[in-house]
Design a protein around this ligand. Structure first.
Ligand code: PLP
Length: 380
């Protein structure tokens, strides 16, 4: 079945007990057993819960994965994946990732003896073999957060496998509607379901999927053993979000294109970062591995002062962290989502503004940005 149909139906049947069309929120911590070990498939809700199972089956299907695992947050999914490794193991990561991912790597796992090194998107795309040779795991985002760089997933997968390393792709920005990394050779695909998959800025969640049965079995064990699972209501919210993912993404992408085109013609904007622009360094790879170019747009202005003032001057765009909801958000990564990168090897540019383009009427979004840019005095 097609993506849009699976997003609505996969893993979900009318409730056998009542006929309810929508999967119920099984708000229970435990399940009755007829005799010791004789269950209807569920015993304790940290291990599994039917609402969570519906989400895991539906989202795994959208990622063309055989196995899906839901988590309490994107970072919980990331941390659980890192438990596939041992202290001393080397992780090669793209040098532009969510600030919380970098914080997890540098301040939680590095002190425990895990080794991390960072390569640019261009290095990983054009000469992956020379950058992943000693890795046990390669970790990429594409498009990256916050600079919207593109990494060639198929090229990195091939080099990672030649080095006997696993490839993890954080697919949060693209979503499976735009890109399915497992089809391009990735071993694990990761999500913050907090973002486009939930889609309404009302839930925190994470997800990891794979086609490898050995990795899946280990992730299932770690999911239950580390215990960072979502509650049934949170799982249900993401499951509901998935039903409209396809139509929301189409609108996010169309609105982002119009916003990027507006910004690229604005005299106060020094650079627009959006992989849909023909002069974007990753445009050709993005056109090959993505169905469209996504709803995130970043741009540079002259100074940090202008960036900070601008994000406080919009009215339709809300100044807030996070992304992927129906409403448009604006933020200053260097002091907000990526503050933890400040002292590291890839600090977010101080004059960068990041937009999560929502699905409002695009004329309102452009007019609001135009007004805010005019209200902020130029500083050199
Ligand atoms: N990955 C990316 C690309 C993100 O942007 C984020 C959060 O912003 C995360 C992972 C972490 O997800 P969560 O906030 O759900 O823990």
């Amino acid at each position: 079945m097609e993506f849009e149909t699976r997003a609505i139906h996969e893993g979900q049947e009318p409730d056998p007990a009542t006929g309810a069309v929508i999967t119920p929120i099984y708000q229970t911590s435990t399940f009755a057993q007829e005799a010791v070990g004789v269950t209807k498939g569920y015993d304790y809700a940290r291990v599994a819960n039917p609402t969570r199972t519906a989400l895991e089956d539906c989202l795994a299907s959208l990622e063309n994965a055989a196995h899906g695992h839901a988590f309490a947050s994107g970072i919980a999914a990331a941390s659980t994946i890192l438990h596939l490794l041992d202290p001393g193991d080397h992780v090669v990561c793209v040098n532009d990732v969510y600030g919380g991912t970098y914080r997890l790597f540098s301040q939680v796992y590095e002190p425990k003896g895990y080794r991390f090194s960072y390569a640019t998107p261009a290095q990983l795309s054009s000469a992956p073999a020379s950058h992943v040779a000693d890795a046990r795991l390669v970790w990429i985002e594409t498009p990256t957060n916050p600079l919207l760089n593109i990494v060639d997933i198929a090229a990195v997968a091939e080099a990672a496998h030649a080095a006997e390393a696993l490839l993890v792709v954080d697919n949060t920005f693209a979503t499976p509607f735009l890109q399915t990394p497992l089809d391009l050779g990735a071993d694990i695909v990761l999500h913050s379901t907090t973002k486009y998959l939930g889609g309404h800025s009302d839930v925190i969640g994470g997800f990891a999927a794979t086609n490898d049965p050995t990795i899946a079995e280990r992730l299932r064990f770690l999911q239950k053993s580390l215990g960072a699972v979502p509650g049934p209501f949170d799982a249900w919210l993401v499951l509901r979000g998935l039903k409209t993912l396809a139509v929301r993404m189409e609108r996010h992408c169309a609105n982002a294109r119009a916003v990027a085109e507006f910004l690229s013609g604005h005299p106060r904007v020094t650079q627009v970062l959006w992989p849909g622009m023909p002069d974007h360094p990753g445009h050709e790879i993005a056109a090959r591995q993505m169905r469209d170019f996504g709803g995130m747009v970043s741009f540079l202005v002259e100074t940090e002062e202008e960036a900070v003032e601008l994000v406080a001057h919009t009215e339709v765009w809300t100044l807030a962290e996070s992304l992927g909801g129906v409403e448009s958000l604006i933020e200053h990564p260097a002091q907000m989502t990526h503050a933890s990168t400040a002292a590291g090897p890839f600090a977010a540019p101080r004059n960068l503004v990041r937009l999560s383009v929502g699905i409002e009427a695009v004329d309102d979004l452009v007019a609001d940005l135009d007004r805010a840019l005019a209200a902020v005095p130029a500083r050199t």
